[in-house]
Design a protein around this ligand. Structure first.
Ligand SMILES: CC(C)(COP(=O)(O)OP(=O)(O)OC[C@H]1O[C@@H](n2cnc3c(N)ncnc32)[C@H](O)[C@@H]1OP(=O)(O)O)[C@@H](O)C(=O)NCCC(=O)NCCS
Length: 189
């Protein structure tokens, strides 16, 4: 499936659209920050790297094979400026398993935008892309991200202990997940 014609997704406050090469400066504004890179297990980006990321994401619209990725710019409905991003990765196409992720520019955190955007993307994953199980992996110290998972109704399924190296620190991760049959059940009951 090519998802380009199904976008943008909209919520009460937000529009989730494909990135364009013109988003490089907004992307770099948060990808360059060590506080944002900290829990992503990668160094802060250079501007050149953010430029490359914006161009790559603009072209990533296929959703059919293991490793396919969709990253959407989170914008206010009335303003094209990028507040952050939400992403989906097709981890296992045959079993319809996908990983979800989120990042906001620190200047736009604390308003519920990550949860609102991730909730819309999860609904799209289940209802339109046919995902069966959606999961998130996050550092156990990433309390902001833990709260997003819990607000989405995801279940903590695993606690991986010192399974990765974050610079010179052993990193431990939680895996949270939700099934298509579970997502949004509370709001339909
Ligand atoms: C993880 C991350 C996206 C969370 O951002 P966030 O702004 O805390 O999350 P939300 O957008 O869902 O906002 C929720 C907060 O907004 C508050 N809020 C304020 N106004 C609100 C409104 N109108 N509606 C909903 N929530 C609102 C909520 O009370 C909540 O605060 P709390 O967590 O202190 O209780 C952010 O910390 C981040 O980008 N971190 C760096 C990258 C990263 O770690 N990504 C995840 C890797 S796994």
């Amino acid at each position: 499936m090519d998802v380009a014609s199904l976008l943008p997704l909209t919520t009460a406050r937000l529009s989730l659209r494909l990135f364009t090469p013109g988003d490089t400066d907004d992307l770099y504004a948060y990808q360059r920050l060590p506080s944002v890179a900290r829990y992503l297990y990668r160094p802060a980006h250079t501007r050149g790297r953010s430029e490359q990321v914006a161009a790559e994401r603009a072209a990533q619209t296929a959703w059919r094979s293991d490793g396919d990725r969709l990253a959407l710019a989170v914008c206010r409905r009335d303003d094209p400026g990028v507040l952050g991003e939400v992403s989906l990765a097709l981890a296992h196409a045959r079993a319809a398993q996908a990983e979800i992720g989120w990042t906001l520019d620190p200047g736009h955190q604390g308003h519920g935008y990550a949860t609102e955007a991730a909730s819309a993307l999860a609904g799209f994953a289940f209802d339109t892309l046919g995902v069966h199980r959606l999961y998130a992996r996050l550092d156990v110290e990433n309390t902001g991200s833990v709260r997003v998972c819990e607000r989405l109704g995801m279940r903590r399924e695993a606690h991986l202990v010192e399974n990765d190296l974050d610079g010179d620190r052993w990193g431990s991760e939680y895996i949270y997940a939700v099934l298509s049959t579970e997502f949004g059940r509370r709001s339909r009951d």
